[in-house]
Design a protein around this ligand. Structure first.
Ligand SMILES: *Cc1c(COP(=O)(O)O)cnc(C)c1O
Length: 467
């Protein structure tokens, strides 16, 4: 008898939200009007929305109940203390500064911890993180292992930091030339790839020798903890909560977009151990976010967040969450679609460079593929490649990172396996008909984070996907 058993989601559906179906003609005109940028599509014209896992999760009945317990006091809201307790318990940092979302925390940290001219090494960049580091006068330096830039490497911890690259940087600019090391867990731009606890501890030891601080981008640290538990020898018997604490013990603080791991639609925090640094951050916070006990959030948001943090470390939840991503990824791999491997934590990343090898990089193959996928089936995805990377600050030239990806990001607790089947069928059909996808050129290019608002036209004809 086979011992194999299927798994299923550890929840059932209590309320449904209807999805709208569109025709191909409607989608062709919608994407044209959106300048071939999936960020500019109205969501009412989207069928399955895999743009992002940010703020798109389904909250639990307990979180919704928590909304009713909002203490909307300007100062000292009860919900703030619940949030503080939850962060202290699960992330282990003493000073908790709520922010409206992750980039609010990144702004505060960058302003108080970077002196102009300093380097900020990190395991691959993230868009908003790097932008705030640069606005504060810092210079991001990528010290991730080489395997992370290779979509086809099956290294289990592609988020690891290359200790030699970090040491070389320290030798070159000195410890004083480094603001802090910014460690992403998991690494979004590498395809949701985790960092190992062994590597994080080695980075901690190296930084401790030089008196350099480490700040974690903890946005998906619980997903990272799941990979440590299931992939890294010696951690199988530990809980996600224990592993998360062990990760945070390697850092001096973290920034958090609670719209991801923590299962809320809005929210974030900056958490620190250094009281003096926290004091500086709170000084800026009252200018940019709100009073220190709400930071741009309503009391009810903080309550839902406190509950979401506790739910996020439940193993069955995380097993189903990452299991669903893996389900979609495996279907695509079996059909020969090029995707980033190993399959990441929060999404499946199509390798657009190999998917569309005949499109030159300056025709933005990933942007074109995301637009074509929408036209084919109404599935919304996102470009993560040349458009997201922007231009070199000094030369003004387009940056073309090695990875040219389309991200199919899976919201937590929202879609079923059948939605994954429909998505896979559309991607596989496009892959078979890939010669019908046309490249794109800019018609409008914003200066900051251009991918959000950029507009394009096909380089030839008037549709990105021809029959
Ligand atoms: C989303 C995200 C951020 C920024 O958070 P927002 O809540 O979108 O402002 C920072 N880092 C990573 C890794 C993210 O995925």
């Amino acid at each position: 008898m086979s011992t194999h058993r299927s798994w299923a989601e550890p929840w059932k559906v209590k309320m449904v939200e209807h999805l709208r179906m569109t025709t191909r003609a409607q989608r062709e005109s919608a994407i044209r009007e959106a300048g071939y940028n999936t960020f500019l599509l109205p969501s009412r014209l989207v069928y399955i929305d895999l743009l992002t896992d940010s703020g798109t999760s389904a909250m639990s009945d307990r979180q919704w109940a928590g909304l009713m317990l909002g203490d909307e006091a300007y100062a000292g809201s009860e919900n703030y203390y619940h949030l503080e307790d939850a962060v202290r318990e699960h992330y282990g940092f003493r000073e908790v500064i709520p922010t409206h979302q992750g980039r609010g925390a990144e702004h505060l940290l960058s302003r108080v911890a970077i002196h102009p001219g300093q380097c900020v090494p990190g395991n691959m960049y993230f868009t908003t993180t790097k932008a705030h580091q640069e606005l504060a006068g810092g210079r991001f330096v990528d010290v991730i292992i080489d395997e992370a830039h290779d979509a086809d490497s099956s290294h289990p911890f592609k988020g690891d930091i290359d200790l030699e690259k970090l040491q070389t940087l320290i030798d070159r600019v000195g410890a004083a030339g480094i603001a802090y090391v910014c460690v992403g867990a998991t690494v979004n731009m590498a395809g949701g790839q985790p960092i190992s606890l062994g590597n994080l501890r080695a980075v901690r030891a190296l930084c401790a020798r030089h008196g350099i601080r480490i700040f974690l981008d903890a946005t998906r640290a619980v997903e990272n903890a799941y990979f440590i538990k299931t992939r890294e020898p010696g951690h199988a018997d530990r809980t996600l909560a224990q592993i998360l604490r062990a990760m945070c013990e390697c850092a001096d603080g973290c920034t958090m977009s609670a719209k991801k791991d923590s299962l809320v639609n809005i929210g974030g925090f900056l958490a620190l151990n250094d009281a003096a640094l926290a004091e500086e951050a709170r000084n800026l916070m009252v200018l940019y976010e709100g009073l220190q006990t709400y930071g741009g959030l309503a009391g009810r948001d903080m309550e839902a967040l406190a509950i979401g943090i506790a739910e996020s470390v439940d193993f069955d939840h995380m097993h189903a969450r990452i299991g669903q991503v893996e389900y979609l990824g495996r279907k695509l791999l079996e059909a020969g679609v090029p995707i980033t491997r190993p399959i990441g934590g929060h999404g499946v990343f199509l390798d657009a460079a190999r998917f569309l090898p005949r499109l030159p990089r300056d025709q933005f193959p990933a942007q074109a593929l995301a637009a074509a996928l929408y036209v084919d089936s109404g599935v919304r995805s996102m470009e993560r490649g040349g458009v997201s990377a922007g231009r070199d600050q000094k030369t003004g030239e387009n940056l073309f990172p090695r990875l040219e990806l389309v991200r199919l990001t899976i919201p937590r607790r929202v879609y079923t396996q059948a939605h994954m089947d429909v998505t896979a069928e559309s991607v596989i059909a496009l892959h078979r008909n890939r010669d019908r996808i046309r490249g794109l050129k800019f018609t409008h290019e914003p200066r900051h984070l251009r991918f959000f608002q950029a507009r394009f036209d096909p380089v030839e004809g008037d549709c990105v996907l021809v029959d």
